[in-house]
Ligand binder design. Structure first.
Ligand code: ADP
Length: 403
């Protein structure tokens, strides 16, 4: 019984095939630079080494078709019969406030997804193309949509509303949505297992720190606030995103610089040229920043300090709104791998009951682990995220509930 997980990004298609009895990966890979001349296809399965080749794929439809053809290929593929796949799970970046949970794909659902095109124009059309391509290549096999925004739909209105005139919410659905929901959901469930307590009795702060980062406050398994907003631009300082800034800076830029009158250029500045990359002038990658800091680069040090400080502020605010916390969880590229970031974030938070064990924090491991001191009131955990597995589990749940 296999589940195929498809993740159509703005210019890539990633996939993972799970053997659902064991929840182990059977095959995985990606096609990057979809639509560009230098597109390439990287793939692996449990029987063979990683292969990489240049491919010609004009769009997401062709990329998904190629991936499925290869998985089913008599000589190179890992699936001998289509019927081995019982579900296809699609990662969907934005479900607006239309989708508050994972859903089985129907014509009506596809129409609903089309209505989300304007809210995530880079991603949703790519997701849609992927869904249609899967339907064509795997007729009769159910598809499920799992939304990055869905987990956050439990936020109360006073947390998700912006204090703009109400009509912009009514007309344009401008509100906080939050992202990385699948990851926050996964690590919160794992935290409950590790802490041997039901989610319904826990107050958690989850810190997904990757290229894009978000912090979430979770009470009794429900999100009550999250740092990303209407788009992933809001919140903490990220690799290339500025995170929270005074919104009037944008109107200032528009007034002062002719190029920023163009919304695309302004968006590009804040999403792709800011954050660690913009402040340091060096790199968006935390490893490069840490190296530069160790060599005495002052701008890299400032960028690092700004990122850490912005994370600390959200953790402290969420501790406040949760009125305490049982655990703080670090996940994603930086959260899982950077002991330095974790240590800096947790430094001087002992008044909140957050005390890290410096030695435990430094131990390198890819396992789930506790890094707080025995006396720390708030347990500090590192939990590697697994969004693909979460999508596979969600997809199975939807299929089982549907039958
Ligand atoms: P994405 O948001 O693209 O999924 P990831 O979750 O893979 O990103 O996180 C990427 C970030 O993780 C990069 O900034 C990278 O430098 C950082 N990272 C990965 N490994 C380490 C490490 N050992 N030490 C510090 N940072 C790391």
């Amino acid at each position: 019984m296999k589940a195929l997980i498809v993740n159509c990004g703005s210019s890539s298609v990633k996939y993972t095939l799970f053997e659902m009895e064991s929840e182990k990966k059977a095959a995985w890979g990606l096609i990057e630079r979809v639509g560009l001349p230098e597109a390439f296809y990287k793939r692996r399965d449990i029987n063979s080494e990683e292969k990489q080749e240049a491919v010609k794929v004009a769009n997401h439809t062709e990329a998904v078709e190629l991936i499925i053809r290869e998985l089913l290929d008599k000589n190179r593929g890992i699936i001998s019969d289509v019927s081995e796949i019982f579900v296809v799970g699609h990662r969907i970046v934005h479900g607006g406030d239309k989708f508050s949970k994972s859903v089985l794909v129907t014509d009506k659902v596809k129409e609903g997804l089309k209505e989300c095109f304007s809210i995530a124009p880079l991603h949703t059309p790519a997701h849609y193309a992927g869904i249609v391509a899967v339907e064509k290549m795997l007729p009769g096999i159910p598809s499920v949509l799992v939304f990055d925004t869905a987990f956050h739909q439990t936020m109360p209105d006073y947390a998700y509303m912006y204090a703009l005139p109400y009509e912009f919410y009514e007309k344009d659905r401008i509100r906080r949505y939050g992202f990385h929901g699948t990851s926050h959901n996964y690590v919160s469930q794992r935290a409950a297992t590790l802490l041997c307590k039901p989610l319904s009795e826990l107050k958690l702060i989850t810190a997904h720190l990757g290229n894009g980062s978000s912090i979430t406050a979770i009470e009794n398994g429900k999100v009550i606030d999250t740092s990303m907003g209407f788009t992933p631009l809001q919140g903490v300082v990220m690799g290339t995103r500025c995170g929270d800034i005074d919104p009037a800076i944008t109107t200032y830029l528009i007034e002062q610089y002719p190029q920023y009158k163009d919304a695309k250029t302004l968006n590009d500045l804040m999403n792709n040229k800011s954050g660690l990359a913009g402040v340091s002038g060096l790199s968006a990658d935390m490893r490069d920043i840490l190296k530069a800091v160790s060599e005495g680069d002052k701008k890299a040090e400032l960028a690092f300090n700004m990122l850490v400080y912005s994370i600390k502020k959200y953790i402290s605010a969420y501790y406040g709104v949760l009125n305490g916390a049982d655990a703080l969880i670090f996940t994603a590229g930086i959260g899982e791998n950077s002991a330095l970031v974790r240590e800096a974030v947790c430094k001087n938070l002992s008044s909140l009951g957050i005390e890290i064990n410096v030695e435990k924090n430094k131990e390198r491991s890819s396992e789930e682990r506790v890094i707080s001191t025995d006396n720390s009131r708030v347990k500090v955990l590192v939990i590697p995220t697994n969004e693909e597995l979460m999508i596979a589990r969600e997809s199975r749940k939807v299929i089982e509930n549907d039958n």
